[in-house]
Write a protein that binds this ligand. Structure first.
Ligand code: FES
Length: 569
């Protein structure tokens, strides 16, 4: 069954249900001819509380043109939107809510296919999770990255420069007037953050997974090519319905391996190490942390993009050929047989893509990469028995093997209250530990892992420190920052037992993160440990704390993963 007769509302009489639905469709101005067409839903996340999605209404109109051209009936519908900067305590708390909204609105409404419109950090993974569970053909069209800002003759990249310049201001190297001028230049257009932060990473990986037309991820939001490709996506989704090209057929284990390779090659966000297992989990595909590390060791970092690289932004990547050019460079490492939304395999898509000649500053040849291994490394050890991650490509090379004494903050509040205390017993060699900021403890797994450098160290010229936490970090941030320590402190992981002055050893080449405290002392501390009181009990937030999985499992809800609870018909 296809079109508006699909999934009838239950009034106890299916014929009546079809009749009344047809009547209401006519009330919308649709004709019988329209209703014979396959219905393509357009899941819209435009919102005035999400500036990264400012252009999505225009994008939706372009998608609709394509759907009409190909013989479909486009119907736009709203879902919740997650604007990273506007949601409290953190947008991540609501990623699973958007995924549930997306899944249920796709499967509860008479849709034959769906185009997912998103962009800001959490929206793309949430929409892919929902579409994967709903199981109808789906295609993503993103808002696209902003163009770069300009200040004092330099290109600005949001939000890497937001953080860098804030540090300059905190350290006294920038005055308030200059900071205000910078604030006005950081976001010069519609679109999501334009460095290789989480939004650009997830757009790139959506393309690498095969769930978006090739070349779209990097095109700036304001470039008309984006609208033309949105129109093409509208045409393509109608064909995908005919071909029954569902997310399950595209997002296979091979496709996820390709996406992880691209994550490593572009120096993408550590947040992808949480989002990819969550999407895969909806399809019963297991992506252990060890797979990320294995692929990282054998994938060169070839995209010279901020924050991992020196200067380039997404607009430069688009000029250099975009993600297809990155994939072409890595082709010998990719699973070429993986199916994509074009109806062709990765190899077939890449057959007509030239290697990125002439732009070798942005996409480097695989033989002469920026770094021989990927940008993200997985750590394990007595402090992180179930794993932790670090973005080496954005870390200080001299801190990747480091032993230092812990300066411990029991919570974000504790950190905010004490970080600039002149009496804080911290030096440039300290290891700054933040507890209780994981999925449960945060609550909601906030991007709090990038601890600010204490003012007294900033004033002394220190520009990086070693940080360890169970939190996440914005993909736009840099610095030597160990994240996602699992199990998190709030569920009794060893991180909860670290005390001021303990020695912590970080050994990135050996993939180790160890707390150098003997087992007898750890047992004593463990016996004393009590879990923090849950901050929420009711509603969605209560549900989140009760059912959220740990970081290595993607922080999805236990009851949404396919292997745990398959979807009922
Ligand atoms: Fe939306 Fe950066 S805040 S992408």
């Amino acid at each position: 069954m296809q079109g508006y007769r699909k999934g009838l509302t239950n009034y106890g009489d299916p014929d009546f249900s079809a009749f009344i639905r047809g009547a209401y469709a006519r009330g919308f101005g649709l004709t019988e001819e329209d209703l014979e067409r396959p219905i393509i839903g357009i899941a819209q996340t435009w919102s005035e509380l999400n500036p990264c999605h400012r252009n999505l209404r225009e994008v939706a109109e372009a998608v609709k043109r394509g759907v009409w051209q190909a013989g479909g009936l486009p119907l736009e519908f709203p879902t919740i939107s997650l604007g990273e900067i506007y949601l409290s305590p953190t947008a991540m708390l609501f990623r699973n809510l958007l995924s549930m909204d997306t899944e249920e609105m796709i499967s509860g409404q008479p849709l034959d296919g769906v185009v997912l419109l998103g962009g800001c950090d959490k929206t793309l993974p949430a929409q892919l999770m929902g579409a994967a569970s709903a199981g109808v053909p789906a295609l993503t069209v993103t808002a696209g990255p902003m163009i770069g800002g300009r200040f004092d003759g330099k290109k600005l990249g949001a939000c890497s420069d937001c953080r860098g310049m804030w540090n300059e201001f905190r350290g006294g190297a920038m005055d308030e007037e200059t900071l205000e001028q910078v604030q006005g230049e950081l976001f010069p257009s519609a679109g999501h953050c334009m460095v290789m932060g989480t939004a650009s990473t997830m757009a790139s990986l959506t393309e690498a997974l095969g769930m978006m037309l090739p070349g779209l991820a990097a095109i700036p939001a304001v470039n008309s090519r984006r609208l033309r490709m949105a129109e093409e996506s509208g045409r393509r989704i109608v064909a995908m319905v005919t071909e029954s090209l569902t997310p399950e057929r595209i997002m296979t284990r091979e496709a996820f391996e390709n996406a992880i390779r691209i994550l490593m090659a572009v120096g993408g966000s550590t947040n992808a190490v949480v989002h990819l297992p969550a999407i895969a989990g909806r399809l019963g595909v297991d992506l252990p942390l060890s797979l990320f590390d294995d692929l990282s060791r054998t994938t060169p970092l070839i995209a010279n993009l901020r924050p991992s690289g020196a200067e380039y932004l997404m607009e430069d990547l688009a000029e250099a050929g975009g993600i297809p050019a990155v994939m072409k460079e890595l082709e010998p490492l990719l699973n070429g047989g993986a199916m994509t939304a074009t109806g062709k395999t990765v190899s077939e898509n890449l057959a007509s893509v030239p290697r990125a000649k002439g732009w070798q500053d942005v996409i480097l040849p695989r033989e002469k990469p920026l770094a021989p291994e990927g940008g993200i490394v997985v750590l394990q050890g007595s402090l992180a028995p179930e794993g932790a991650v670090i973005k080496v490509s954005a870390s200080s090379p001299d801190k990747l093997t480091h032993t230092g004494k812990a300066v411990v903050f029991a919570s974000q509040e504790d950190m905010i209250n004490r970080i600039d205390d002149p009496d804080l017993g911290a030096t440039a060699e300290s290891v700054f530990v933040l507890q209780n900021t994981g999925p449960v403890g945060g609550p909601g797994f906030p991007e709090a892992g990038f601890l600010p450098i204490p003012k007294k160290l900033l004033e002394a010229g220190v520009r990086d420190i070693v940080r360890v936490s169970d939190a996440r970090m914005s993909g736009t941030a840099g610095g030597t920052t160990v994240l996602h320590v699992s199990p998190e402190a709030a569920v009794g992981g060893p991180l909860a037992l670290v005390r001021d002055g303990d020695e912590i050893r970080l050994d990135v080449p050996d993939r180790k993160l160890d707390l150098l405290v003997d087992e007898k002392e750890m047992a004593r501390r463990r016996a004393e440990w009590r879990p923090p009181a849950p901050p929420y009990r009711r509603g969605y937030r209560g549900l989140f704390l009760e059912h959220v999985l740990q970081a290595p499992e993607g922080c999805d809800f236990d009851f949404l993963q396919k292997t745990t609870v398959p979807r009922e018909k």
